[in-house]
Design a protein. Structure first.
Length: 218
């Protein structure tokens, strides 16, 4: 579930501070079309291909986080999260078969902007900064899935997308990354990378909205 005040944390506070962007994502015609089933097939096919590109970069960012993790517990958490990305990529493989979606199309500008941001942070900065740049994707998708689940049309061809991101398994991954962000922020004590946590989180949320817009308008 979405973090509440009773579980206040850095991750919760950053999510709350970007609630305006989360709401804009939920209200975006791409996301509304997922729930209603009215989203054009070609638009969803474009999204699947672009998301596969993004997820490959997300996996690479996790790999950098494993290498930079401050301790074994953090390494294990990042590894479990990396496994979750490969589960998503397998789902996209099934989408490709079902929808005829190419999984290696030329990236849209919105996709390139997001992947370049993630990989730059993961490559050049500490694990806490990369974690801040990656957490919004996981929390946003879990939240969108949970918000859409009660209102998704039973006959929507995209119901599997909603089922995936509203599932307890995906919520567990999102919560794991949030807990890891909280722990890394606490342990950083203001060291290099920690000061950019809020800025990276907000930027990633902006890029999430741009990603939906890019797929929808392409």
């Amino acid at each position: 579930m979405t973090p509440t005040a009773s579980t206040a944390s850095v991750a919760h506070d950053l999510w709350a501070a970007s609630s305006d962007i989360a709401g804009a994502c939920l209200d975006h015609p791409f996301v509304r079309g997922i729930a209603s089933g009215d989203l054009a097939r070609d638009t969803f096919v474009t999204y699947v291909g672009q998301d596969a590109i993004f997820l490959e970069s997300f996996a690479r960012a996790y790999a950098f986080c494993i290498a930079k993790a401050p301790d074994r517990a953090a390494m294990e958490s990042f590894r479990a999260l990396l496994d979750g990305v490969f589960d998503e990529l397998r789902l996209h493989g099934s989408y490709a078969e079902q929808w005829g979606a190419p999984l290696n199309p030329p990236p849209l500008p919105s996709t390139s902007a997001y992947t370049e941001f993630l990989l730059e942070v993961a490559t050049d900065e500490e694990a806490v900064a990369a974690c801040a740049a990656m957490t919004p994707c996981m929390r946003l998708y879990a939240w969108l899935g949970q918000q859409l689940a009660p209102v998704t049309a039973p006959g929507s061809p995209y119901k599997e997308w909603v089922d995936t991101y509203s599932s307890p398994d995906f919520e567990e991954l999102a919560s794991t990354l949030e807990a890891l962000l909280d722990r890394l922020v606490r342990s950083s004590n203001g060291d290099a990378g920690a000061g950019d946590v809020a800025a990276h989180y907000r930027r990633a949320m902006e890029l999430e909205l741009a990603f939906f817009e890019g797929a929808y308008r392409s």
